[in-house]
Design a protein around this ligand. Structure first.
Ligand SMILES: *Cc1c(COP(=O)(O)O)cnc(C)c1O
Length: 220
């Protein structure tokens, strides 16, 4: 058994355990393997291990990888990193889902270039970090409503990246705040949780976890 397959199985076990603790079904949690920094062979190994969702944070890197891989039937491609408006057209050709909708300008750019329904998560800067993108929690209802009115945008839910910390527990209040806001807005999707904090995210209601290192190893 290959290393990536072993890691995928270990991650799946941890997802299941976190679901059990939270009284949730593992079928409610989508594992997105974030392959940034790794080549097409790593993606192929993850897909062979049963991963059906691949995440990338750069348009160009993902484009190159997809070109190298050829068709990937049954695989859904997720853009999880900041997206510049001038790369929207390429992003729409490369990705199925966009998790990092972080400005109205970007939402308008996607709406104006979309030739299909585009599922998106609205990125929220829960802790109000100056170095991070995303909408503030304040006035989020208006933002969500505005984006929901845009043609071809399908708002699946909210997304966040928790502040960097050595303790996963530190992310819990951030994830909880996002979940409460999503519930109050009637949004079902919650894209939250990475290698260092995905179990806490699942306990707090994550529907999509974006996991890089625990699947592919440390990035160079
Ligand atoms: C890189 C990245 C991830 C995965 O991070 P790991 O710590 O490697 O699990 C998840 N989400 C976003 C937005 C990322 O950029």
């Amino acid at each position: 058994m290959g290393l990536v397959q072993e890691r995928v199985e270990r991650v799946r076990g941890r997802i299941e355990a976190a679901c059990r603790r939270a009284g949730r079904s593992p079928s409610e949690v989508t594992l997105i393997a974030v392959s940034k920094g790794f080549g097409p062979a790593a993606v192929r190994a993850a897909v062979a291990a049963g991963v059906a969702h691949i995440g990338e944070n750069r348009v160009q890197e993902a484009q190159q990888k997809r070109a190298d891989l050829g068709p990937t039937p049954g695989v859904t491609w997720h853009m999880v990193g900041h997206l510049q408006t001038n790369k929207v057209r390429a992003a729409l050709a490369t990705f199925d889902v966009i998790h990092s909708l972080d400005s109205l300008r970007l939402a308008e750019a996607i709406a104006s270039r979309a030739t299909r329904r585009v599922p998106v998560f609205i990125e929220v800067n829960v802790a109000g970090e100056a170095t991070k993108g995303g909408f503030p929690l304040e006035r989020l209802a208006e933002t969500v409503e505005t984006i929901r009115q845009m043609p071809d945008l399908e708002v699946l839910g909210l997304m966040t990246v928790a502040p960097l910390s050595r303790r996963a527990e530190d992310a819990r209040p951030v994830f909880r705040a996002l979940r409460q806001r999503a519930e109050s807005l009637g949004l079902a999707g919650l894209s939250m949780g990475m290698t260092d904090d995905f179990e806490v995210a699942i306990e707090e209601g994550a529907t999509h976890v974006r996991i890089g290192r625990a699947v592919f190893g440390e990035r160079a």
